[in-house]
Write a protein that binds this ligand. Sequence first.
Ligand code: UDP
Ligand code: MG
Length: 354
Amino acid sequence: MYLKPDSQIVPGRGLPRVSIVIPCFNEEAALPHLLAALRPLCADMVESGRAIAPVEVLLVDDGSRDATWDLIRAAAETDDATLRLRGLKLSRNHGHQRALLAGLMTAKGEVVISMDADLQDDPRAALQMLDAWRGGAEIVYGQRSARDHDSAFKRMTARGFYSVMRRFGVNLVPDHADYRLMSRKALNVLARFGEENLFLRGVVPLIGLESAIVTYERPPRIAGETKYPLAKMLGLAIEGITSFSVRPLRMITWAGLGMAALSMAYLAYALGAWIVGGTVRGWMSMIVSMTLLGGMQMFALGVIGEYIGKIYTETKRRPRFIVDEIAEPHAESVQPMRHETVDRAAARRDATVF
Ligand code: UDP
Ligand code: MG
């Protein structure tokens, strides 16, 4: 169900070439299940008149240390009338967001759907996403309707994450991970966001354009372990906040002003006490205020450091991902790219389109 009840097929939106992009990091346990679910899905897309055959499935191996790439390569050799599997091997682990970006920039479809490898994003919802696209949406967000199968800890941290992000002024679609559809038009805009610290969930809403939401239930991970332990989630939160908002810097200013006002009040109190002769030997209060101020300064420096670090990495303009190898069914025209970056080239090419 998507939030566009009155949508009709937009004139000129015929059968699209559809790509599905899936980042995979140490997913050897989940891959067989994933492929088993994708085959009927792609067949369904074609048979129900939602996509041109074959649907491209692009599996991005994000520097896995297990048999993930071997499985992808083997799967890319099998032919299927409705599914064309391609593999993209990154040179090392780049992280979920960049692996996804690499896939989005490499996929050939007019409409590209991204999802996780663990089948936590109900693949069937992709059909509704395509319907929403036909109804005129350029971006369709998948939104989880329930998190019953996630652990209480995961639910709590996820809720905390969204509320912290909102407080810091980062506009996110709630309960939306990276399960979404993007049209070629939206992808061309995305290619122009050249930032190194890319947080797609925050960037995609900035694109604007017409969007829709499709809700689905989130089942437990099909196999394997979560690749997002707490430390990585915290990292993602800090990345998200500092990439999108300068509000923490503002907060430091206010905190500094508040502390200054407090110390003035304390000074007035101390003077008063001195005048009436009740001066206390204020060792405790001195230590307390010293440590408090020291702590606040350290914190403030840390936050400023985060932003300076961002400026530092952005100014280097390093490639955001490096492709090692491409696997695809036999005689496709694309040459395997060895240690070549495709994203800057794609960004440049697309930048000239707009
Ligand atoms: N992933 C990736 N690189 C990483 C970490 C994760 O490509 O460094 C992929 C992973 O294979 C999966 C998706 O990103 O397809 C989401 O990861 P996961 O399901 O472990 O996260 P969770 O759903 O637990 O938040
Ligand atoms: Mg998952």
